[in-house]
Design a protein around this ligand. Structure first.
Ligand SMILES: Nc1nc2c(ncn2[C@@H]2O[C@H](COP(=O)(O)OP(=O)(O)OP(=O)(O)O)[C@@H](O)[C@H]2O)c(=O)[nH]1
Ligand SMILES: [Mg+2]
Length: 281
């Protein structure tokens, strides 16, 4: 897949992270539980090596539960990790984790004769993983703007989410680390890359291939497809016909059908899927 990258943009993003590191006590890295590898920040180990880190496997409600447990086990060996649903999980465990990670810093302050102070945390992650929704969940109100597409948060914004905890919302940043073509595809499937920069039909054909290989019954059931199945393009055609994605004159509108499939996948209507296993770490 051909996605355009802007090296200048990445240099700026790294500079911003470095600037913020001097202001904060710990880092919360939000990843998408459906793709904890593709949505990881490959530069973070180096950039934030001296800051405690909390990893949130967000959108756990859309991921495969068993796979999320496996990811939890794997990641929790390196970083305190929490599987979370920013639309409905109880934030208690996140508060506890933040306070636990900040405790050594608070202790150090006390030893120096200083008072404990608010824990300052930067929330980072690739676009659309749910950073702003996560902050809203912790604050128990819609303080930050959220949206179904990447690039909603433009600037940085601090918010006191509870007594003693302040979070910094940041714009999502993608890193040009697509050594594997699949990483780019996965990011496109789950909505972390703007739909305008790739060919939606091409991306959906690859998603259909993945679904046929990993969960053969899903498409058949959801769209009541007859067997034997045709190739992925045929499947888009049948879905488009059945769902009325048609051009004037009655021909199938492949792009519209592709958007419909993508939307249903992203919102969990096709089921709960995890696209990467810890074995690929
Ligand atoms: N099902 C589900 N949807 C979520 C969850 N967290 C966020 N969302 C949805 O995902 C979309 C993106 O959420 P945002 O909070 O705007 O994501 P963001 O990381 O701040 O995005 P940018 O600011 O664009 O980088 C929104 O439509 C949210 O409602 C979650 O845990 N589960
Ligand atoms: Mg945001």
């Amino acid at each position: 897949m051909n996605v355009q990258w802007y090296p200048g943009h990445m240099v700026k993003a790294e500079k911003k992270i470095k600037e913020n590191l001097s202001l904060i006590d710990l880092v919360i890295e939000i990843r998408d539980a459906r793709a904890p590898l593709a949505t990881a920040n490959p530069r973070l180990d180096e950039l934030a090596s001296n800051k405690p880190r909390l990893v949130i496997l967000n959108k756990a409600d859309l991921a495969d539960e068993e796979a999320t447990s496996q990811w939890y086990e794997t990641l929790n060996k390196s970083f305190l990790t929490i599987a979370f649903d920013s639309l409905s999980s109880n934030p208690r465990k996140v508060y506890d984790a933040i306070n636990k990670l900040a405790e050594p810093i608070q202790k150090k302050r006390e030893q120096k004769g200083l008072r404990r102070r608010s824990v300052r945390t930067m929330v980072i992650g690739v676009p659309n993983v749910g950073k702003s929704s996560f902050i809203n969940r912790l604050a128990k109100r819609s303080a930050m703007k959220t949206g179904q597409k990447p690039g909603v948060t433009r600037g940085q914004q601090w918010l006191r989410v509870s007594k003693g905890i302040e979070l910094l919302d940041t714009p999502g940043v993608l890193w040009p680390k697509f050594e594997k073509e699949e990483t780019g595809l996965i990011l496109a499937w789950i909505g972390c890359i703007s739909d305008h920069v790739f060919d939606v039909l091409e991306v959906v054909l690859s998603l259909i291939k993945w679904l046929l290989a990993n969960s053969p019954g899903t498409l058949v059931e959801r769209y009541d497809l007859s067997l034997p199945l045709g190739d992925p393009l045929d499947i888009v055609k049948v879905v488009g016909t059945k769902r009325g994605c048609l051009l004037q004159g009655g021909k199938v509108d492949y792009e519209k059908a592709a958007y419909l499939l993508l939307g249903e996948f992203r919102s969990g209507k096709l089921g709960n899927f995890t696209l990467e296993t810890p074995a690929s770490v």
